[in-house]
Design a protein around this ligand. Sequence first.
Ligand code: ZN
Length: 496
Amino acid sequence: MQQKLNLYNTLTRKKEVFEPLHAPFVGMYLCGPTVYGEPHLGHARSAVTFDVLYRYLKYLKYKVRFVRNITDVGHLQNDADEGEDKIEKIAKAQKLEPMEVVQHYTNVYHRDLEKLNTLSPDIEPRASGHIIEQIEMIKEILENGFAYEVNGSVYFDVPAYNKDHNYGKLSGRIIEDLLSNTRDTEGQGEKRSPLDFALWKKASPSHIMRWPSPWSDGFPGWHLECSAMSRKYLGDNFDIHGGGLDLMFPHHECEIAQSQASHSHSDAAKYWVHNNMITVNGQKMGKSLGNFINLSELFSGNHQMLEQAYSPMTIRFFILQAHYRSTLDFSNEALQAARKGYTKLMNGLRVLDKIQYPEEGATPDEKLNEELLKLTEDCFRGLNDDMNTARTIASLFNLLKKINSLYLGQLQIGNLTRGTFDTMRETYRTLVLDILGLKEEPLGDQEEMLGLILDFYKEAKEAKAYDKVDVIRAELKKQGIVIKDLKTGTDWAYEE
Ligand SMILES: [Zn+2]
């Protein structure tokens, strides 16, 4: 197949052919969660989007190192340089160690992402485990003249940096506009310019999480951890840096500035890839807006905005049926439609298992073969066009129409060549299971189904259809279930 993966690069504002710096190796860094609360749909979108990219790169035979961090220190309230640490605030309120909060929500994050069938990253570094690397990077930035120390805190000097670099190269923001939009210079405190951001903060007496440094006992700035950890595991310059669009500014803009101002002298990554946001009735969804839905609430249906529970694969399909750079609006209708789409793809897998290529008597029809091969190629076209999973799913549905026609005998399998048949089957399975990462979910309530079988058993017994009674008993026994005929009725038990 002569198609190449194209990715939209926020840094250059255009789609580019993906060419790794050191093929066949690919380094990919994704900003992970700040673990102070349950993951919500927004977290799921970022995780699933980059899971598909990770899976696809592996399918393309690249040797991928995927790093996704855990932010466990330094992320302050309102994403700014002032206020309490998000994790410390929860820890104080619940009288826990900050690391207990971190461990708890890290576990929850892993649990929910596993349900969504996302693959684990190859390295999952924590900010608090990389204080030394962060201090080193601050030293380099100070040495290069792009930072200054005030009262034990160190700030990045944005105006100094912007003289011969471009602060705003990623987000397209212009420094003069940013300055004129900064209404409030109060709270700027020690900073020389309101655009400057903290690399190291001196801890106040009440601050729990603190480490020694050349400047003070304190803690690193939020933006710095990703620069230090991505560099440690992927090098000065690596291939892909991902994250949600809400992280583009200031977080990623600051990451680039830090890398350029350090001894790395690079934009950190060649391709900067951003997934768009999930909206609720057109409004951005987020913790600070109070309209977010946790994944565990979606899975249980336990939230006032939910009409029912939605399974993890329904959520995964919901995310995949939109292009990652479009906004995705949450609604019960959209999730119900996603459920239908998901089950349709799963039924396709079941049908594929049932159809067989004939042992003999095949009479390939050239036109049909061409048509089917084109449909299979189309399935990859969407993915290669900036990971357009929406288009890939539409192509899979087109292919599925043919698969169903073959199953129903409206098209003859023998009219395909063996090669076309195998390509069709492989393409469908690989895309659905390995690249889109969908999987079969267990059938609904097993006890309810068992009740239904017991009803049939009772009917058969009343009708004295003993052959049927025996079959039902024997089949259930195979599953480790015995039927009990009691005076009060019929019941089942596990076979002892
Ligand atoms: Zn980050």
